[in-house]
Design a protein. Structure first.
Length: 563
């Protein structure tokens, strides 16, 4: 049984034609025509999540795991607004969500009808494209809808970005017909991989020949593109590749990890010696604040940014000279044979990186039990070839102090970098993936997104590590803020909530650690003992020790005195 609403069946039929199977539904009445039609067709895998904010992030994780678009369907009114955070994250991370919001006819807008607001263009600042489908279902209206649906679905796939269909319905909403979903024909949008023409290639070669110091920065990479040509280019030119966990690069002799610590050391020694002549950047966000500070001060002669996105004028380091609107793999395939023999730039970076790693490991031996020692131990204990989801604020920053684990894939919501959906995103990913998935969260992020445990799609492959320091400890890292009278109540947001009650309510396994030995034992059990439930390991630390240890690490790296 499917809905008798032709606009609904047309859109659902075209989603099937595009082989888009995963659908996340948030319960409602106005979106009933879509609920009936999706659930009435065996082709679709439908999941129901009541909390639209959590549903949106769940769909984001699902799309990452499947590497295909995922459909979101909700009712009218504030339900649509609750999707906004996840859509913004998807937009800046290049994740294709197909957002469908049901609506009332436009003549009812602002007329004191129930559950009603102006939904036309509601996501315009962070959506690739949006359309309001006609209320009418005559031939011309359906022709228009068919054209617009094909356009938006094709663009979502081509550009890896979210699109929005706002679909008004007149009542009755729940009339059903006993017919199969009609077959719809998709319009093919060709995918073309551009490359540099001879003039641009010659210009790059000329600039490369003028440069003895070549630096490459890989940002957050979710598409798992092959970087074999990148590694070959770096090897042939003795270039440095700066890679954080979220770049998901394979280890090689030219890659420097622990970027923020290494650059902190450079800034305090001979920064001009490390100044690049030629900088190449690509992909998404970079976490390190120090590398941004460094390159904005010690600017390269040439900065090439590679991006085939519509918004490709990304000048993070305020030194942009050239934008190359093509794929990363295509660019490095064209230049991989270029050679430079001077190894001195590579050697000074590697020497500094080795010194920083040694200093960091020695510092860890001095530490009491605190966040830094916790994340170091977690980093060591993560299973190889597993998926690691990192919460924002403290978790991602502590993790990049360590080197990534071989074979692990690291993910985080660094498009907009909010704490609000990290948990739900991880649950969505793990629901589609068979590997061990570990999500590492701070306490505020866990509490904010606790509805991630309510949706019923948690699998036993999900391991939840909650580092509970009683509030927003990251604010203590900010200079002078911890001395503010407002700090504890309004920034740190101190609390005494533990996760054991959540585990009991939602039927999860629970363990806790208050010292290093308990942490080691529970991590071992989590990853080596069979458990048929998702597991929470809650780790309790002292916020004052955390703040002190974090600040003192950077002092030690810089060679400064500390208490």
């Amino acid at each position: 049984m499917i809905s008798d609403k032709k606009q609904a069946t047309l859109l659902v039929g075209l989603l099937r034609a595009y082989d888009i199977k995963d659908v996340v539904i948030s319960s409602g009445s106005r979106n009933g025509p879509f609920i009936h039609t999706f659930s009435g067709c065996d082709f679709f895998d439908c999941k129901t999540i009541v909390d639209e904010r959590s549903a949106g992030y769940f769909a984001l994780g699902l799309a990452r795991a499947s590497k295909k678009p995922v459909v979101l369907v909700c009712s009218s009114g504030t339900a649509t607004l609750n999707y906004a955070p996840s859509i913004a994250e998807a937009y800046y991370q290049k994740v294709p969500l197909i957002v469908i919001t049901a609506d009332r006819p436009n003549y009812y807008i602002s007329q004191m009808e129930n559950q009603c607001l102006n939904q036309d263009g509601i996501y315009n600042n962070f959506i690739l494209k949006s359309v309001v489908l006609p209320l009418q279902d005559d031939d011309k209206a359906l022709w228009y809808s068919r054209r617009k649906i094909n356009e938006l679905l094709s663009l979502a796939i081509l550009k890896n970005s979210p699109v929005h269909f706002n679909v008004p319905f007149e009542e009755p909403l729940h009339n059903l017909i006993n017919e199969p979903l009609s077959v719809q024909n998709r319009v093919n949008l060709a995918r073309i991989d551009a490359k540099l023409d001879e003039n641009e290639l010659a210009k790059f070669r000329d600039n490369l020949n003028k440069s003895s110091k070549i630096l490459i920065i890989a940002g957050q990479n979710l598409q798992e593109k092959s970087f074999e040509s990148l590694k070959e280019f770096a090897k042939n030119t003795n270039a440095i590749i700066l890679g954080e966990h979220l770049a998901n690069l394979e280890k090689n002799d030219n890659t420097i990890w622990q970027v923020d610590l290494v650059v902190a050391k450079i800034l305090n020694t001979t920064p001009n010696e490390f100044k690049p002549d030629l900088l190449i950047t690509f992909e998404g966000q970079v976490i390190s604040k120090n590398i941004k500070k460094y390159l904005k001060t010690f600017k390269p002669k040439f900065h090439y940014h590679i991006s085939n996105d519509d918004n490709n004028f990304i000048d993070t380091y305020e030194a942009l000279s050239d934008v190359l609107p093509l794929s990363v793999s295509c660019f490095f395939r064209q230049i991989k044979e270029f050679k430079k023999d001077d190894k001195s730039y590579l050697e000074i970076w590697k020497k500094t990186a080795n010194l920083v790693e040694k200093t960091y490991q020695n510092y860890l031996k001095e530490l009491p039990f605190c966040d830094m020692s916790v994340y170091s131990e977690i980093s060591k204990m993560l299973p190889k070839n597993s998926i690691v989801h990192l919460g924002n604020s403290s978790p991602i920053r502590y993790m990049i102090l360590n080197k990534p684990k071989d074979g692990c894939k690291y993910l985080s919501n660094r498009g907009v970098s909010g704490i609000d959906g990290s948990f739900s995103s991880a649950v969505g990913y793990a629901s589609k993936d068979e590997k061990i998935n570990t999500v590492i969260l701070g306490d505020l992020s866990f509490l904010y997104d606790s509805n991630a445990m309510w949706n019923g799609y948690l699998k036993e492959n999900l391991k939840i590590i909650l580092v509970n320091n009683g509030g927003g400890n990251i604010f203590g890292f900010l200079e002078q803020l911890e001395n503010s009278p407002s700090y504890e109540k309004h920034f740190f947001a101190k609390h005494n909530i533990e996760a054991s009650g959540f585990a009991k309510t939602f039927g999860l396994s629970y363990a806790k650690a208050t010292n290093l030995q308990e942490l080691k034992e529970n991590l071992y059990k989590m990853y080596n003992c069979k458990c048929e439930k998702p597991q929470i390991l809650e780790v309790f630390t002292n916020p004052n020790l955390n703040t002190k240890s974090y600040k003192n690490l950077y002092k030690k790296i810089k060679g400064e005195k500390y208490e």
